[in-house]
Write a new protein. Structure first.
Length: 355
């Protein structure tokens, strides 16, 4: 692919924007315009395909960050594909993996979250319901039949019916139980997570810190959001990452202490907060731009007046040159004021629009 020439592939209202090999100041503006055009055309899912990108500087990351904000404004979903370790480290350093899912392949990003997609291979068959035998007279109480005790199969059906991912870990940090939704969220089959350390569900760079946090939590186990951070990152089996929100609760039992983690996919969470942040950023940028413009206008008018005053005592040829320079400066100032007013009335137009 040629540098700076982004390609877009459409499938319904889903768009894949292919990024070039190098993303930097020379093409970041073109990438922003391309992403803006895709959102303007009504895409509900936009996949920023950086699988061919081997280098991306902070200007390029800013283009992706603005796409995150725009996705929140348009109530669309942004997915990132990054295979280069350098690019993934930069995305993590800027916190983008806490905002949107990062996939290790384009195929994984395309198939993720298919509403009508097939079930995961190896999913268990629906549980067989065994008819209950009639209660014997001695099993009955005065107010009705005695309820049957909860066995493991019934408990499994209950936690699989929950709308959040459930992960139960022992004191050694190994997963004892995970419900169906938690397994699907991290790309596993339901029985695969049992016995794995909880650190396997997070990126490598966060595991050592989490082991320390887990040891600290064991000293004072209370129900609270994990690490008191607004956004966390989960690692899927295929190497992609997703933003998650986690709440921890201690579960003491006769056989030991366990920790129950309620995990929620935070990909679409806090969209309203992102929108508020975007509005604040736009207003702050506009206010700063207006202040800078005022400073330049005052300085320009001062120089115009100084040039006019100096020209009065100069020979005719030099005076005409100074007056011409002053008029040109004044014309430039008028154009700059007009451009600022136009951008303020039409914030979605032009290269200087903040989106």
């Amino acid at each position: 692919m040629a540098e700076g020439k982004e390609q877009v592939a459409w499938a319904g209202r889903r768009a894949v924007v292919a990024f070039p090999e190098h993303v930097d100041m020379s093409n970041a503006a073109q990438i922003r315009e391309q992403l803006l055009a895709v959102f303007d055309r009504g895409a509900t899912v936009v996949i920023a395909d950086m699988s061919a990108t081997v280098w991306c500087d902070y200007v390029g990351i800013d283009a992706v960050a603005r796409a995150c904000q725009l996705a929140a404004v348009r109530r669309a979903e942004l997915r990132l594909v990054a295979t280069s370790s350098a690019v993934r480290r930069l995305l993590a350093a800027e916190g983008l993996d806490r905002l949107v899912p990062v996939y290790s392949s384009l195929e994984a990003a395309i198939t993720a979250g298919e509403p009508d997609g097939p079930d995961l291979p190896g999913d268990p068959a629906p549980p067989i319901v065994v008819p209950r035998r009639p209660a014997r007279p001695q099993d009955r109480q005065e107010n009705g039949p005695r309820p049957a005790p909860l066995n493991e199969a019934v408990l499994r059906q209950l936690i699989d019916a929950l709308a959040d991912g459930i992960v139960l870990a022992g004191e050694d940090g190994r997963i004892v139980l995970a419900n169906r939704l938690a397994a699907e969220m991290f790309g596993y089959q339901p029985a695969e997570l049992a016995g794995q350390p909880v650190e396997s569900l997070m990126p490598t760079g966060l595991r050592d810190a989490h082991r320390l946090d887990r040891a600290s939590y064991a000293l004072k186990p209370v129900t609270r959001p994990m690490a008191d951070r607004a956004r966390l990152v989960g690692l899927r089996k295929d190497g992609s990452t997703i933003p998650v929100a986690v709440t921890l609760s201690p579960v003491p039992t006769a056989s030991g202490h366990f920790v129950l983690a309620v995990v929620r996919d935070a990909t679409h969470e806090r969209a309203q907060d992102d929108l508020i942040d975007l509005v604040r950023a736009v207003l702050a940028e506009q206010a700063q731009h207006a202040e800078d413009l005022l400073d330049r206008v005052v300085g320009s008018l001062f120089h115009v007046g100084l040039s006019m005053d100096t020209a009065a005592g100069q020979p005719a040829e030099l005076a005409r040159e100074r007056i011409s320079d002053a008029l040109q400066r004044l014309d430039d100032t008028i154009h700059e004021i007009r451009d600022h007013i136009f951008r303020s009335k039409h914030p979605g137009s032009g290269h200087g629009a903040a989106w």
